[in-house]
Design a protein around this ligand. Structure first.
Ligand code: ATP
Ligand code: MG
Length: 321
């Protein structure tokens, strides 16, 4: 396939914001009181941007389409992506909008989050130029419920991508309204890899277990990889369900972005033509690696650094980085 204009394999469409992460919180917040955090991180946030950044650090050519404000936070997001080799030409920094922010309070392996969506609310299918879509190999979309601009258009975007011969992946992420108002029956037929976590799948399908949730959607979906933290992931490969365990390690820092790194690992292997078993194993390794450094992108600086870390922390040699 010609890459004359664009030279990109994976086009990521999604939210762009910053994370302000409070670590070492000993108590929960209370109205009218001040609590102390032991440490903090200010970093690139948002599922789609972390996915793009980490996939680029795994040596895949990635371009990002998203919207942020024309403010220091928007410029920070764009510079962070650029510094990891992501093509940021199609990021719009809009003077009339403010960049979104997530404040995350970390408590061990889980966290409480408050998000101001800002500019991401205004991204629409019109921001995805047809000629760029045509030239990519794969389209990834993340965080449906934070981006009302795609409420009625996501199925159409995936359908267009499929008609141009791209493969596709979709991570719905959490719905802050908990209404889970999405027409999966019309979207999933155009999705090759569906990537919810266990809580999201249960809520989306109104079921009590991952297996039940998979059974509700499996006739519509291609591959489903359902992430479940330290329990690993359950995968529907189109024929059967299997379990991919998590990789245990002694380097845990936080789990921010673990799901996005899992997604990046899965998509990288998928694009190399690997089967669902190999995709899931590498995805799980990348999810685990994510948890060994602070924030969503700390463990994914460059292909060489990923290779060295995986060898040192997991005693595995990943030649295909
Ligand atoms: N503490 C951990 N140790 C090892 N592997 C982990 C750990 N936490 C997560 N993983 C790996 O990362 C994958 C994705 O993590 P998780 O289930 O937290 O995704 P998620 O809920 O989508 O996260 P996100 O907050 O990034 O959206 C898991 O399936 C697992 O393979
Ligand atoms: Mg997730």
């Amino acid at each position: 396939m010609s890459k004359a204009i664009f030279n990109t394999d994976v086009l990521v469409v999604g939210e762009l914001n910053v994370d302000l992460v409070m670590n070492g919180m000993e108590e929960y917040p209370e109205i009218g009181k001040e609590k102390l955090a032991g440490d903090m991180e200010f970093a690139l946030g948002s599922s789609a941007a972390i996915f793009a950044s980490n996939l680029s650090a795994l040596n895949v050519k990635v371009a990002f389409i998203g919207k942020a404000g024309s403010d220091v936070l928007g410029q920070f997001c764009r510079n962070q992506l650029k510094s990891r080799g992501v093509d940021t030409t199609l990021i719009v920094l809009d003077e009339s909008l403010k960049t979104g922010v997530t404040i995350a309070l970390n408590y061990g392996e889980d966290r409480a989050m408050v998000t101001y969506q800002g500019a991401m609310k205004y991204l629409t299918i019109q921001d995805v130029p047809d000629k760029y879509l045509r030239e990519a190999r794969h389209l990834h979309f993340s965080s449906f419920f934070l981006q009302p601009g795609f409420k009625d258009e996501l199925g159409k975007l995936f359908q267009i991508a499929k008609s141009y011969g791209l493969s596709t992946s979709f991570d719905p992420q959490w719905d802050p309204s908990e209404k889970w108002d999405i027409d999966l029956q019309t979207i999933l037929p155009y999705v090759d890899i569906f990537l919810p976590n266990a809580n999201e799948l249960r809520a989306l399908t109104k079921t009590g277990s991952i297996i039940e949730g998979i059974n509700v959607l499996k006739d519509k979906a291609g591959i489903m990889a359902v992430k479940d933290g330290t329990n690993g992931a359950l995968i529907w490969d189109g024929k059967r369900i299997f379990c991919q365990p998590a990789f245990t390690h002694n380097f845990f820092v936080d789990a921010i972005g673990a799901g996005d790194s899992f997604n990046a690992g899965f998509v990288k292997m998928f694009l190399q033509g690997k089967d669902a078993i190999e995709c899931a194993e590498y995805a799980s390794l990348m999810g685990a690696l994510n948890t060994t450094e602070a924030g969503g992108t700390g463990a994914f600086v460059s292909p060489k650094q990923v290779k060295n870390s995986v060898l040192k922390k997991f005693n595995k040699n990943v030649d295909y980085v």
